[in-house]
Design a protein around this ligand. Structure first.
Ligand SMILES: [Fe+2]
Ligand SMILES: [Fe+2]
Length: 339
């Protein structure tokens, strides 16, 4: 993977140190406290990426460089503080009993609804490129959580992850299904081909996921995020699949979403009723962070949807396309829930 293009003073310092092979990151540390916006988000994304694939020409040892870990810590503290300010954690509600009711009360702008009925092929391609930042490592950030939870939560989390990783079949691995789907659309299946196009909101979504996974104290938020992510996937995946069929896009991509209609209807139950319940049984103090992670997941997705609508210039005064202000279009009968 190639190092991305810098987006401000912090990423300029960081990437030029990478390029020069320097192991003195004090200039980076000096700039980090004042970094903001896309510059800070891209720096954090890059520092997280050292824990996944790393970058071509960047020493693997830098993953645990103490100065870079300090920079990562500063950027993560800032991201966490902003997320905690931005989201409302419902007071006094039980995560395992009230989660689905709470979810029904949420009403964010939906990219899947837009793709279902209105998006053009070009807009869908743009969406696929920026979504690739996550989907090409789908489920990887959650894998960090596995050793950080107790026996019952771990067994259930592994059941879900095993599915995400293809049930032992590399061809069924979800990020492989994604790669196959976008390749069929003529889109390169590599993150470095698209990271420079990713808006702040996409970077923050990915950064929050990696931060929740990499920080043991945030394991409650990681599982709350997982619950909300899975529980907002099955129905939107149906809409995506139908939207792609409307646009006559490749079957391989439709298959990726079709897989998630079925899988995530199971995963949402597993995440809330088994994994979150087991985590709470081992540590009831994590209830607040379960809600925090779930609310952050929805808030970050809402921001991404609004950013993409603005980028495509399809917004009306309310910030969403007019068509989304109307009631949702009925799903085609063959795709309706029978349960
Ligand atoms: Fe998946
Ligand atoms: Fe899933």
């Amino acid at each position: 993977m190639q190092v991305p293009q810098p987006r401000g003073p912090l990423t300029e310092e960081l990437f030029s140190a990478f390029r020069l092979g320097s192991d003195d990151f004090y200039p980076v540390l000096a700039v980090a406290p004042t970094a903001a916006g896309e510059d800070a988000a891209l720096a954090l994304w890059t520092l997280h990426q050292l824990h996944y694939t790393g970058f071509d020409g960047v020493a693997d040892e830098l993953e645990w460089d103490p100065q870079l870990i300090r920079v990562r810590g500063l950027l993560e503290r800032d991201l966490e503080a902003r997320l905690r300010r931005r989201v409302d954690v419902p007071p006094g509600r039980s995560f395992t009993e009230d989660f689905f009711d709470w979810l029904d009360e949420q009403d964010g702008p939906s990219l899947a609804r837009f793709v279902h009925r209105d998006a053009t092929v070009e807009q869908v391609h743009d969406l696929l490129r920026v979504r690739s930042v996550y989907h090409l490592k789908e489920a990887d950030p959650t894998a960090w959580v596995v050793p950080r939870v107790g026996t019952a939560a771990k067994a259930a989390l592994m059941e879900l992850q095993y599915d995400e990783y293809g049930d032992g079949d590399p061809n069924r691995l979800h990020h492989h299904l994604w790669a196959r789907g976008i390749t069929a659309c003529g889109i390169e299946p590599s993150v470095d081909a698209h990271i420079d196009l990713a808006p702040l909101e996409i970077l923050e979504q990915n950064n929050a996921l990696s931060m929740f996974g990499l920080q043991r104290r945030l394991r409650g938020a990681a599982i709350g995020h997982l619950a909300a992510f899975e529980a907002t996937s099955s129905l939107p995946s149906r809409r995506m699949a139908q939207g792609l069929e409307r646009l006559e896009m490749p079957q391989e991509l439709v298959d990726y979403y079709a897989e998630h209609v079925e899988a995530d209807a199971v995963h949402e139950q597993l995440a809330v009723r088994t994994i979150a319940a087991a985590l709470l049984a081992e540590d009831p103090a994590l209830e607040g962070d379960l809600w925090f992670g779930a609310a952050a997941c929805l808030e970050l997705e809402n921001r991404t949807a609004l950013a993409m609508f603005e980028r495509w210039d399809v917004t009306s005064g309310s910030g969403v396309p007019d068509s989304l202000a109307a009631p949702a279009v009925e799903l085609a009968p063959e795709h309706k829930d029978v349960a």
